[in-house]
Design a protein around this ligand. Structure first.
Ligand SMILES: *Cc1c(COP(=O)(O)O)cnc(C)c1O
Length: 342
């Protein structure tokens, strides 16, 4: 097999999805599987679906088209606001899109009407992450304008946490989101079917015992794929954290006087044939006995004092979410499956 490659254990992804779907299901919360970190890889998407997610979501239309071309028919949402040039594809390939600008929603409506379709719109509400979203105080008016726009239907509202800001949503935030759903219904009529509370950073709240109110969906990427709560960086109880591993080949091992570790004298150092072009080198989790020294575009240098790393051997490396995302989109990084696609 060639290196670098990401080895994927679909069974673990399936199990993680199943566990989260079950635990959130008893709270009245459905799970949408977010596929952006795997570039919409169809086998990973199917593992999520086998685990019981109600639909998929991705931030890039190319990833969504990839899943559609592979024959995936479930509901798929576009979770990044569509750009001008991708309206038609968003209508064609997505059941819904997340939006925060009236101009975009009007264009979406026009594109939908041209295709004889209606696009479901979920309004993103800004609740402190300081990325996308309508300000809560503007939501009623905004929603009323969406309802009047031909070609689109108001399907729900959503919040986003822990992406730009490091905010972890509180029970108070979620109560506010529930209240906003009621308020929008009062202001402009249609039933707000989807109240999507956020992503993996919201799991601590969602799995807690407090009332979930009207929040009935989470969009989960990192928790399903890596079993990690991004709010704390810690493993989530009962989930696999090793569904993905990067295999990189050792291309040099030699005793070297390290400039950065001069006081240590000569130490065995290895070079791996993987670099910034392939992944986020700061997000690599090396085996015990290996220490990260630095990386360049095509090389990663590690101290291998506590590890045997002969030239030509492969090292198994764990991945953070951003390291995974970049590896999955790198042209020189292959995918291999540890358990077979179903
Ligand atoms: C990436 C993303 C998610 C999923 O986030 P995770 O932390 O991976 O669960 C959900 N919603 C939006 C809008 C996103 O961009």
């Amino acid at each position: 097999m060639t290196a670098p490659r990401v080895e994927i254990d679909l069974g673990k992804i399936r199990a993680n999805a199943r566990s989260l779907v079950r635990r959130l299901g008893v709270r009245g919360i459905t799970v949408t599987g977010v596929t952006k970190a795997v570039c919409g890889h169809p086998d990973v998407a199917r593992a999520m679906l086998d685990g019981g997610v109600v639909g998929l979501a991705d931030a890039r239309i190319r990833n969504i088209v990839r899943m559609r071309m592979a024959g995936i028919l479930c509901p798929i949402s576009m979770i990044r606001a569509p750009m001008t040039g991708e309206m038609e594809d968003v209508i064609r390939y997505c059941d819904a899109s997340y939006n925060s600008e009236m101009e975009t929603i009007r264009k979406l409506g026009a594109a939908a009407r041209k295709q004889g379709a209606t696009q479901d719109v979920i309004l993103m509400v800004e609740m402190g992450d300081m990325r996308e979203g309508v300000m809560p105080e503007d939501l009623d008016d905004f929603a009323a304008r969406v309802v009047e726009t031909p070609g689109v239907a108001l399907k729900g509202i959503a919040a986003n946490f822990g992406c730009m800001g490091n905010l972890t949503p509180t029970a108070g935030d979620m109560a506010t989101l529930s209240r906003l759903a009621d308020q929008v219904e009062g202001a402009c009529g249609p039933f707000v079917a989807v109240v999507s509370g956020g992503g993996s950073a919201n799991l601590a709240w969602a799995l807690d015992k407090g009332p979930s109110g009207r929040v009935n969906n989470l969009r989960l990427g990192e928790a399903i794929l890596l079993g990690i709560d991004p709010a704390t960086g810690r493993a989530i109880d009962g989930l696999h954290t090793d569904a993905f591993a990067l295999f990189a080949e050792v291309i040099e091992t030699r005793l070297k006087l390290g400039a950065m570790v001069a006081k240590d004298g000569q130490r065995p150092r290895s070079i791996l044939a993987v670099g910034w072009q392939d992944t986020d080198a700061n997000g690599l989790r090396f085996p015990h006995g290996v220490r990260f020294i630095g990386a360049t575009s095509d090389h990663t240098v590690v101290d291998t004092s506590g590890f045997t790393a002969p030239v030509g051997s492969e090292m198994r490396i764990g991945l953070s979410y951003s390291a995974l995302m970049r590896a999955m989109s790198a042209p020189d990084c292959q995918c291999a499956f540890k358990t077979d696609p179903v």
